[in-house]
Structures are given as C-alpha cells and as structure tokens.
Design a protein around this ligand. Structure first.
Ligand SMILES: [Fe+2]
Length: 229
C-alpha cells in the first residue's frame, strides 16, 4: 500500500516536530501495511519558491538515519497549494511525487470557479502532469464537488481521500458513496504527528472492507501500481 499524502519530514512544515516523531510515524505506517510513504510537505507559492522548498526538503531528509526493511520506502513530493497560473509554471514538475508525474494539489477552501477548475485541468494539458486533488473529502460540504467534481473527473483528474474520513460518522457516508462510484483513486493518511493527526491507514482499510468490500481496496491498489512501480 502507498500513503501518498503525509507530513512526515522533520520540522519541514506543520507536520513532524522532529526526527523522533518522524521515526514513530514511519513505524506506525509500516505496521499498518504501508510499503511506500510519499512525503508531501506543504508548498505555498505565496511564501515559498521551488528552489528554496527543495533545499529545505533535502535538509530535512538529511536529518533521517539509515532505515532497514522495518520502515517504508520514502518518496519525495509536495502538497502544492493551488495558485493562479500554476499550469504555466515550468518549475511545477519539480514538485511532482517522485518521478510518477503525479501532482498533489490542495484546492482553495472557498468557492471554486470555472477558472480555478480550468487551471487544474491545464496542469495536465500544458505541463503533462497528472493532477491529484488532495483530501477531496474536505470539500464535500461546500458545494464545489457537485458541478466541478464531475468536470474534474471527466477531465481525468484523480481524487485522494484522507484515511481519517472513514473514521468519522459524518464524512464516512459521503466517502463511501464516492468510493463505490470509483471516485476515490488514492488513500492518504495526511498524518501530521503521532497525537492529534496520526496515520490512520489501518482504520480506513478495515472500514473500507466493511462498507465497500475488497474490490474497493483492489481498485485503489491498481491505481497505486500504475504510478508506483
Ligand atoms: Fe496535507
């Protein structure tokens, strides 16, 4: 299993507080059956630039000790905050998840517009990257997903759902419906620490088996295999 959305790198963003917490999170993910963890620190275009971000990410990785087979493999990426003109940014490619061509995008939390949705689709058309909307479950109340969700899916944009959405009564029913319709392509823990936002991949897997059956997990595994060889 691949966890494509985590904040595990030490002192990189609002995630792991240090190496010790990073190692604990990685251990928990390993115990939950995760073989590959994608480190996706926040990239906010208003206060960062790709060169500085990549240097900080490299410095955070350098803090980590050698890890044996009891830890998942770490792939480097970013959770890229949406910005106007992103589809024209030649540096966007540097923020992809490993060498997969996937770009994890955090959408605005206020109302989406035709222009915003078009910009995301243009990331694919102009940059040749595959957009993945981070924590799609978080937008379910805001009405964005009705019309725009359909457009994004039709244009081939992929959706990542947070694992803890399956652990909460209110989000679980929406998430289950989306999953059964084949509209959830990746699971991510979006873990930030070991206390308030720990990895909950195992909880999600168990719940998915209960509510949607093994076929739903297999569907996610197939998408993972397509991008993470
Ligand atoms: Fe995140």
């Amino acid at each position: 299993m691949v966890d494509i959305h985590t904040h595990i790198l030490p002192q990189m963003d609002d995630g792991s507080s240090g190496v010790e917490e990073t190692m604990q999170m990685l251990q928990q993910l390993h115990q939950q059956g995760v073989k590959t963890v994608v480190a996706t620190p926040h990239f906010y275009p208003r206060k960062d630039n790709p060169k500085a971000f990549l240097a900080r990410r490299e410095a955070a990785v350098a803090l980590l000790p050698e890890m044996d087979e009891n830890f998942p493999e770490i792939v480097l990426g970013a959770e890229v905050g949406y910005f106007t003109g992103m589809s024209r940014s030649e540096e966007l490619e540097k923020l992809q998840l490993g060498q997969t061509g996937l770009l994890l995008i955090e959408m605005p939390f206020d109302n989406w517009t035709d222009r915003i949705v078009q910009e995301v689709c243009d990331v694919s058309a102009r940059r040749g990257l595959q957009p993945v909307i981070a924590h799609i479950n978080r937008y379910r109340h805001r009405g964005q997903l009705g019309k725009y969700g359909q457009i994004l899916l039709r244009e081939g944009v992929l959706f990542q759902c947070n694992a803890d959405a399956f652990d909460k009564f209110f989000s679980c029913s929406w998430t289950t419906k989306a999953l059964k319709k084949g509209q959830i392509h990746f699971l991510g823990s979006d873990c930030h620490n070991c206390t308030t936002r720990p990895p909950k991949i195992a909880v999600a897997k168990k719940k998915i088996l209960q509510v949607a059956g093994a076929a739903a997990l297999e569907q996610i595994a197939r998408t993972e295999a397509e991008y993470f060889k």
